[in-house]
Design a protein around this ligand. Structure first.
Ligand code: NAD
Length: 258
């Protein structure tokens, strides 16, 4: 119950889905959680759920593309909770396009959220983590860095860039002896709202994707959340600059079918 007791955590895209599950799990393990999202209603709801369950949370409106908003969120977090220990860069968007259909404007939009949004977040929190004497940055990438699908032109590039930003950051802060670690998490398909909906889950192409997972099912967001808790906690104190795949083995399959 106390794996991240008294740690102060910002989770972007924390209103729902994988980020929402991470907020719930981090709070259940004793963290004060800042649910940061563009979705006000769902974000407030998530924070209230946590508080109703006896945890500590508050919602902040944050568009990760906006550097000024990042500064405000970090300042208000430190003012309210006395410091900051963990950033979970989880906000992300998907826009499927092949290279033939891709446009520069759309590509930039996806990069702005998935990659530059996380970059702005790291830049914004770094002085507070240094002042605290340490911390953990968890960047939510994707197994699409390994599992190449033609329609992931924007997405796979943004998530691969994020994975490498994680490593350059991790080495810099390690050599500086700031006590800060940075790792990336690479989920495969998880049963969030979309895939968790039974009607969608039984569509032939979704079923085929599920059958391709060696463990034979999609991930539960609560399972993803446990990995985030681990990386946020001192249990992972010797782990940095690493990639964690949580995809039931999907990205390791080197043949077609089971
Ligand atoms: N669900 C999966 O199967 C899966 C697989 C691989 C990777 N991921 C990654 O996990 C993360 C969460 O995915 P999810 O499935 O929970 O998606 P989701 O769409 O349910 O949640 C994403 C959250 O990010 C927020 N968001 C989007 N743009 C934002 C912005 N500009 N500023 C602030 N918040 C913003 C959304 O409002 C939403 O709450 C994403 O980075 C996604 O790429 C998910």
């Amino acid at each position: 119950m106390n794996r991240v007791k008294d740690k102060v955590v910002i989770v972007t895209g924390g209103a729902r889905g994988l980020g929402g599950a991470a907020c719930t799990a981090l709070a259940a393990e004793g963290a004060a959680v800042v649910v940061a999202d563009i979705l006000q209603e769902e974000g407030r709801q998530k924070a209230s759920e946590i508080v109703d369950a006896g945890g500590t949370a508050r919602f902040v409106l944050l568009d990760v593309r906006d550097g000024d908003s990042w500064s405000e969120v970090v300042t208000s977090t430190v003012d309210e909770f006395g410091g900051l220990d963990v950033l979970v860069n989880n906000a992300g968007v998907v826009l499927p396009r092949t290279i033939e259909d891709a446009t520069l404007d759309e590509f930039k939009n996806v990069m702005d959220v998935n990659f530059f949004g996380a970059f702005l977040g790291i830049k914004a929190v770094l002085p507070s983590l240094i002042a605290r004497g340490g911390g953990s940055i968890v960047n939510v990438s994707s197994n699409s860095t390994e599992m190449i699908v033609p329609t992931t032109t924007y997405y796979a590039a943004s998530k691969a860039a994020l994975a490498n930003l994680t490593k350059t950051t991790a080495l810099h802060v390690a050599f500086k002896e700031y006590g800060i670690r940075a790792n990336s998490v690479h989920p495969g398909p998880h049963a969030t709202d979309m895939l968790g909906n039974p009607e969608i889950a039984e569509l032939p192409h979704i079923k085929a994707m599920r059958d391709a997972v060696p463990l034979g099912r999609f991930g539960d967001p609560a399972e993803f959340a446990q990995l985030v808790v681990f990386l946020a906690s001192e249990e992972s104190s010797y782990i940095t600059a690493s990639e964690f795949f949580i995809d039931g083995g999907l990205s390791r399959v080197s043949y077609a079918g089971r």
